[in-house]
Design a protein around this ligand. Structure first.
Ligand code: UDX
Length: 434
């Protein structure tokens, strides 16, 4: 098939590349011409495992074309995906300016009947507004079909998620659209049970509900972790105790120092706003977000309990700055809050992350933090190690190296990855809910 993907951010770039890998002819369009020039030279705006090699090989075989020229792309496509950002506004509502601007641009240059597919995460009803906006600005007799096809990509494993989806949700108004999109996705899906076909609004809603429910599981478990600490129970054991019940499951019930990323925080707030706009005040969702914000402070509170409110004269080694492993993304990352709370109390920071240091530096302005290129260099003369992101390289601890480099054998483990056995080697270990 011949496709256009508008927006070469995380979702657009991964989706477009995967469609090209399956033999479709894909135009990836962006109005940021510097980004397009870089992509043409295989310079990617994000780090995502395996993406760079797929971009390169599909450009070489001519199936992946990066361009700033929307008309050129639309002239040779029948299916157009909108995958531009829908950032959070200051009041927590969703900023749809990029989506609506794209709709106006499409109306200006489109030359034949087309299917417009909304991939961006948008509040319920947006797809119909996009259709209306295009139709009311067309000066030709062109048929526009609309579909909602939300993405469920996890950063760090996005290629695999895209190529082997749990499900493909298609929200549409007629069978022709369902058939077109089923055909497109059939190279990723062998089992047709994985197609979930529905009306457009339910598809839009499904995306928010998936993220909100996953965020709710995490906040719920973080709250349980905080109760566990009070009563002397261990949340890791409690997870094992409940996860085998298929109705609960083991996933997304890991307690930690809070969730981050571009989706959970934004989508929980987005759903709260959609509800409010429609006259409903959601109580559970409001607390999911609040519990998460407080959870980002739990590790800081443990540091203060151990060292006192005044952290001046103390240095903290931070392992992990990204919001989760396998990504360089620091959006809404707990590290931003934890680092600033330590520095506000007079502490100094030595930080290391395998991929996210540059992004963190761009989002965090302080003279009291230095960045190192190795996990051991940050430990030198530090008074404690603070583990925030559970990158694989942090899992196996060389206790001798730690003891040699740290001033004090103290570890704050924000992801519960270390065994309490290290206490036998004289380490103080502080975890979440254990
Ligand atoms: C999420 C959804 O999983 C994905 O389907 C959607 O398309 C986009 O949003 P992502 O933001 O990439 O993906 O990360 P995810 O792996 O879901 O983790 C989100 C956050 O939750 C991370 O900060 C992670 O550390 C945290 N988390 C996850 C926990 O604290 N505990 C858990 O048990 C699981």
């Amino acid at each position: 098939m011949k496709l256009t993907i508008i927006g070469t951010g995380y979702v657009g770039l991964v989706t477009g590349t995967c469609f090209a890998e399956m033999g479709n002819n894909v135009y990836c369009v962006d109005n940021n011409l510097e980004k397009i020039a870089n992509l043409k030279n295989n310079i990617l705006p994000i780090y995502e495992p395996n993406l760079a090699s797929l971009v390169k090989s599909n450009q070489e075989k001519g199936d992946l074309i990066f361009t700033g020229d929307l008309k050129e792309a639309l002239d040779s496509s029948n299916v157009i995906f909108i995958a531009v950002g829908t950032p959070e506004k200051e009041d927590g509502s969703v900023n749809l300016d990029y989506v609506y601007n794209v709709a106006l641009e499409i109306a200006e240059v489109i030359s034949h009947d087309s299917l417009i597919v909304i991939k961006s995460t948008v509040p319920v009803g947006t797809a119909f507004k996009v259709k209306e906006l295009i139709e009311s600005n067309l000066d030709k007799d062109i048929k526009i079909d609309i579909a909602s096809n939300p993405e469920f990509l996890k950063e760090g494993v996005a290629i695999d998620d895209c190529m082997h989806p749990d499900r493909v949700i298609i929200g549409a108004q007629n069978d022709e659209v369902f058939d077109t999109l089923k055909e497109l996705y059939s190279s990723f899906i062998v089992n047709s049970d994985r197609f979930v076909l529905m009306d457009v609004k339910s598809a839009e809603m499904s995306k928010y509900v998936a993220n909100a429910l996953l965020a709710t599981k995490i906040s719920f478990m973080n709250e349980i972790a905080n109760i566990c600490e009070k009563v002397g129970a261990n949340v890791k054991n409690v997870r094992l105790g409940i996860g085998s019940d298929k109705r609960i499951g083991y996933d997304f019930i890991y307690a930690g120092c809070g969730y981050g990323g571009s989706c959970f925080p934004k989508d929980v707030k987005g759903l709260i706003n959609t509800a409010a706009d429609n006259g409903y005040e959601p109580k559970i969702l409001a607390n999911v977000d609040e519990v998460n914000e407080n959870q980002k402070l739990v590790l800081v509170n443990k540091i203060v309990d151990r060292f006192g409110e005044d952290l001046s004269g103390l240095t903290f080694a931070i392992w992990g700055l990204s919001f989760k492993p396998q990504t360089d993304d620091v959006r809404c990352a707990p590290s931003l809050v934890i680092a600033s709370e330590i520095i506000e109390r007079g502490g100094k920071i030595q930080a290391y992350d395998p991929k996210a240091t540059d992004n963190f530096q761009q989002n965090f302005d302080s003279e009291n933090i230095v960045y190192e290129n190795s996990k051991y260099d940050v430990l030198n003369d530090a008074d404690a190690l603070v583990l925030i992101t559970e990158w694989k390289e942090f899992r196996a601890l060389d206790l001798d190296e730690l003891a040699k480099r740290l001033n004090q054998k103290i570890i704050f483990d924000g992801r519960n990855i270390y065994s309490p056995k290290i206490r036998k080697a004289g380490f103080e270990l502080y975890q979440i809910g254990c």
